[in-house]
Design a protein. Structure first.
Length: 228
């Protein structure tokens, strides 16, 4: 059975989420603050975390950053569940490694569908081992990137984008296709977000003379190719 940790300080919402998830045959752990949540995951690592942004002892985004720096917990999928609906907030959360972003009020059916979608994506990308192309190597189970044996520092979203490109070489993807495949179909952000992350990724790869592997195909989108 899937176990989800729900971190939410609004007790009526917390009870509603527990009832909803248990009704979907999901084992639920609950916490009303980060300190309590940290104790729970130390006892048993959940399959997913549903996380509020505003919490009494620490913001949800700050905890996400800490989790992503800890190799024990970096791979736990996280859905941010918050009343903050501005695009800037969504982009910030996704940039630090959140898998999906749901704004309150939300549809219970939609939330369950999004949970299932994130779990499916995680299964698809849970392969262990190493993959590589053009001298770029991804150590999948450690979420690390190396070029020439040296670690390359990428944000979680840049890592996902590079992983997708490397596993789908020589194919051209539009911005909307990249949003669907890397960010997820249930995340509603503007297509220009793709361009921003492509620029950041290219800038990092340029430090290792690898920026030319991500190519712009005018009028269509982007592709990853070893051919220049």
């Amino acid at each position: 059975m899937v176990t989800i940790l729900v971190v939410e300080d609004d007790k009526p919402i917390l009870k509603m989420l527990r009832d909803l998830l248990e009704g979907a045959n999901i084992h639920v752990l609950t916490a009303t603050e980060i300190t309590e949540a940290q104790t729970l995951i130390a006892q048993s690592t959940p399959d997913m975390i549903l996380l509020d942004w505003m919490l009494p002892d620490m913001s949800g985004t700050e905890w996400v950053k800490r989790l992503k720096r800890d190799e024990l917990y970096a791979g736990i999928p996280i859905i941010m569940l918050t009343a903050r609906g501005e695009e800037e907030d969504k982009v910030k959360a996704l940039d630090i490694g959140v898998d999906d972003y749901v704004t309150k009020p939300f549809s219970p059916r939609e939330l369950v569908a999004r949970i299932k979608a994130v779990m499916r994506r995680r299964v698809n990308f849970s392969t262990t081992g190493r993959i590589g192309s053009a001298g770029i190597e991804l150590i999948l189970d450690e979420h690390r990137v190396q070029i020439g044996g040296k670690d390359v520092n990428l944000s979680p979203m840049e890592y996902r984008l590079l992983e997708f490109f490397i596993t789908h070489p020589e194919k051209v993807y539009s911005r909307s296709q990249l949003l669907d495949n890397v960010w997820g179909r249930s995340v509603f952000i503007e297509e220009r977000t793709v361009d921003v992350h492509i620029r950041r990724l290219r800038k990092t790869l340029a430090d290792h003379d690898r920026d030319n592997v991500i190519q712009t195909v005018r009028g269509f989108g982007y592709r990853f190719s070893e051919k220049t």
